[in-house]
Ligand binder design. Structure first.
Ligand SMILES: Nc1ncnc2c1ncn2[C@@H]1O[C@H](COP(=O)(O)OP(=O)(O)O)[C@@H](O)[C@H]1O
Ligand SMILES: [Mg+2]
Length: 353
């Protein structure tokens, strides 16, 4: 019996690939695992936005093969019979996203999984949304509305490279990118340690110093968004640092951490709390490990802030793409409210084995 859908997610942090096996009908996460990428692969992916066509094509195939190898490893690690998987949802690696130019690119060739593993693969989820007037990101509200919506409204916040949040209530769920996530801190640490370290473990470096709150407030004003948007990681890397932190030192980690929380908090207030009532906010993504960031968010938002507990907080995005693949495979359209399009539509491209 083909009961399961498998989701593969690698976010803008390029720290690894997360696989999640979902029993869609039972609303149950069967198992999941994050496989960390080697440092040099992470660095290659993070540099991809400035690659030429040949380099992009090579990375596209390299990632396709990596996705196949890690999926085979996952099936072995959890003793999963591949005949139990009806479809794979492959997000792919975003190397460019510019909603203002109506353009997005996820790479990582799906043919290896489809042809060699012999399981249908759905990928290219975002272009359909953009072709119908939407931003193409975030897509996770579709999954959140199905998996988390209940009687009481709640706010879900995912802190990956970029942060996105959703107001979740059946029929009213919507989401948007609300600011930088781990990207500011990751980029700074990487720069300061000459790429020896890629993140501020547990937020310890940020906790060592006092944030320059005045400076953070000044910068945050530029990131109070006018309308609901989606963001590219590259808005918070080289050019951002040249402009706002040209003489970066370890002490700035405290300010960058506070600034991240401030941008997220101000956009949640503007786009959600001004119009809707909610008491609880549940955080997922790698940001849950950054204790300083969680403390800053707690101080800046009038909400009960908790770590997501109804699903492993590291599995949400991968589980989302398992669900999206299931929808495509069963020709089930997505409601336009959830993705900001002109009409309901089926998302993704189906690659048959
Ligand atoms: N122990 C930790 N302490 C602080 N931050 C962490 C820790 N583990 C992971 N992270 C952060 O989480 C990020 C990865 O989160 P993830 O949700 O996978 O993001 P993405 O979807 O962008 O890949 C890392 O780049 C790092 O910033
Ligand atoms: Mg990741």
């Amino acid at each position: 019996m083909n009961k399961f859908a498998l989701g593969l997610m690698s976010g803008t942090s390029a720290d690894g690939l997360t696989l999640a096996l979902l029993n869609v009908k039972a609303k149950k996460l069967v198992c999941f695992k994050n496989y960390a990428y080697p440092k040099n692969l992470q660095q290659t992916i993070l540099q991809a936005p400035s690659f030429n066509t040949a380099q992009i094509a090579e990375l596209n195939f390299k990632l396709g093969k990596i996705y196949l190898a890690l999926t085979q490893k996952f099936l072995k690690d959890f003793k999963i019979n591949k005949n139990n998987i009806s479809v794979i949802g492959l997000h792919g690696q975003t190397v460019y996203h510019n909603a203002e130019k109506f353009c997005t690119l996820q790479i990582g060739e799906g043919a290896f999984l489809a042809k060699i593993l012999g399981i249908p693969v759905v990928n290219n989820f975002r272009p359909a949304v953009i072709s119908l007037g939407g931003q193409g990101a975030p897509l996770v509200p579709i999954f959140e509305d199905y998996f988390f919506a209940g009687k009481t409204p709640k706010i879900l916040l995912n802190i990956g490279g970029i942060a996105n949040c959703s107001y979740v209530q059946k029929g009213k769920t919507f989401g948007f990118d609300c600011g930088p996530g781990n990207v500011l801190s990751d980029f700074a640490i990487s720069k300061l340690t000459k790429e020896k370290q890629s993140f501020d473990k547990d937020g310890k470096i940020a906790a060592k110093n006092k944030a320059d709150i005045k400076k953070a407030k000044e910068i945050a004003k530029k990131f109070l968004y006018k309308k609901i948007i989606s963001l590219d990681r590259n808005a918070f890397t080289k050019t951002f640092f040249e402009k706002y932190f040209p003489h970066l030192t370890q002490k700035d980690l405290a300010t960058l951490n506070y600034l991240t929380a401030l941008i997220i908090a101000q956009n949640i207030k503007k786009f959600i709390l001004k119009k809707y009532n909610a008491e609880n906010l549940y955080i997922s993504g790698g940001g849950v490990y950054n204790k300083t960031l969680l403390n800053n968010l707690k101080n800046l938002l009038p909400l009960n802030i908790k770590i997501l507990n109804t699903l492993n907080p590291m599995a949400k995005e991968a589980a989302c793409f398992a669900y999206l693949a299931y929808l495509n495979f069963n020709k089930m359209p997505v409601n336009k409210i959830l993705i900001g399009t002109q009409k309901n539509t089926i998302l993704g491209a189906l690659n048959l084995p």
